[in-house]
Design a protein around this ligand. Structure first.
Ligand SMILES: NC(=O)c1ccc[n+]([C@@H]2O[C@H](COP(=O)([O-])OP(=O)(O)OC[C@H]3O[C@@H](n4cnc5c(N)ncnc54)[C@H](O)[C@@H]3O)[C@@H](O)[C@H]2O)c1
Length: 370
């Protein structure tokens, strides 16, 4: 069995009372972690009875059996011959019982909705992976979270969600750095508006790759690890959550490339949900309304408010505030969607063991389900 597959299994077996993260010491040609002394040399305090030795080269079925028999209360480290060592990190922090200790990947987590949601989940005790194409801003976000002085961890992993191999590497890095995957929030998305006359096929393909296929890649690679986890821990529920849009529920004029990908995402959600519920993996979409405070709308140079003002799209509007007021009036709640509105929906979805395949609007009443 690959070490990447052994690690999440061992983590779930270590997690008898609450979820743990693990430190993985991978053996290389020059350095081996196959003795207790080699682990202690890395700064871990361990007694002989807290460490087990297993042969990682035997068949999966046998290894699983050996792991289940050997990892009992008190065992904190597993040395897997041929691979390296897995050491349990006790973690008791976090204010929210549902997310504390969970390992959650947030794609597009450098800024916007993704950055805000990652921070709110981190503050409640989740370990988060900031997964983004933007290395500089993504690393800054992870550094910001780690500087809060909490005991959970944030890591940055560079990813292009429009590339299946890149998403596979993201999931493997998450397992190597933290120990498993309890939830993936497929949030990274791009918007290039345009009607049929303006939209060129390359832009359409790019949006489809990032907004639609990117969600498939996230579900494909994360669910493989989640299935291993559910094999050893039958009462552990996990989540694949897509950040969709109100444009996934209703057509969007001169914005069909975006709306089409989002509509398609709900088809994926419903279908993945049917396939994955037997593995205790829930799959849901969250459909936010417009995030007026985020960079897409409010960026002073490139934001949609400035663009719409300059294009004269809102009759009579003289300032950016006039344009914003025009759009806010269309929302029964009188304001745009905020990060915390989305986080609340995510917490609901994670908390539920009896909800899957849904598209949950968070639109202040602007979009209502039929
Ligand atoms: N902003 C809104 O009004 C709004 C409303 C409803 C839904 N949404 C959805 O919320 C999600 C986030 O939107 P936002 O407004 O916060 O966006 P944003 O542009 O502020 O942030 C998106 C992040 O995704 C990253 N990203 C872009 N392409 C990527 C790729 N190929 N691989 C990895 N990362 C990539 C960017 O670097 C950026 O950090 C999107 O799925 C969007 O469709 C946004």
């Amino acid at each position: 069995m690959d070490f990447i597959d052994i690690i999440p299994i061992v983590r779930m077996l270590f997690s008898t009372k609450s979820l743990v993260s693990v430190t993985n010491l991978v053996s290389t040609e020059t350095k081996s972690f196959e003795t207790i002394d080699a682990i202690k040399a890395e700064g871990f305090e361990l007694s002989d009875r807290e460490c087990i030795y297993l042969d990682g080269t035997v068949a999966k079925k046998q290894l699983l059996l050996n792991l289940k028999e050997s990892i009992k209360g008190g065992v904190k480290a597993a040395i897997i011959k041929g691979h390296g060592a897995i050491v349990s990190n006790e973690f008791t922090g976090g204010s929210n019982a549902e997310v504390a200790g969970r390992i959650i990947i947030v794609t597009g987590g450098a800024q916007g909705f993704g950055g805000g949601v990652a921070e709110e989940l981190f503050d409640k005790g989740a370990h988060v992976v900031i997964a983004d194409l933007n290395e500089e801003v993504g690393q800054q976000m992870a550094d910001k979270l780690n500087s809060k002085g909490l005991t959970n961890r944030a890591v940055f992993v560079k990813v292009n969600v429009g590339d299946s191999e890149s998403v596979k590497t993201l999931v493997e890095q998450t397992v190597l750095q933290l120990g498993g995957v309890d939830a993936i929030i497929s949030n990274a998305g791009i918007l290039r508006a345009g009607g049929l006359d303006e939209m060129d096929p390359d832009t359409f393909d790019l949006m489809t790759k990032v907004n639609y296929a990117g969600y498939f890649y996230c579900a494909k690679h994360a669910s493989r690890i989640m299935k291993l986890q559910s094999e050893v821990c039958s009462d552990h529920f996990m989540d694949i959550i897509q950040i969709n849009s109100k444009s996934g529920l209703k057509g969007s004029n001169r914005n069909f490339a975006y709306a089409g990908g989002k509509f398609g995402g709900i088809g994926l959600t419903q279908s993945f949900a049917l396939e994955l519920m037997p593995n205790n993996i829930k799959v849901n979409s969250i459909c936010p309304g417009n995030f007026f405070d985020g960079p897409l709308w409010s960026d002073p140079e490139k934001g949609l408010f400035v663009q719409y003002l300059n294009a004269g799209k809102v009759p009579g509007a003289k300032t950016v505030s006039d344009v914003q007021a025009f759009y806010e009036k269309q929302v029964p709640a009188g304001r745009g969607c905020r990060v915390n509105d989305v986080t609340k929906a995510i917490l609901y979805v994670i908390d539920q063991d009896y909800e899957t395949g849904q598209a949950i609007p968070v639109t202040g009443g602007q979009e209502m389900l039929k």
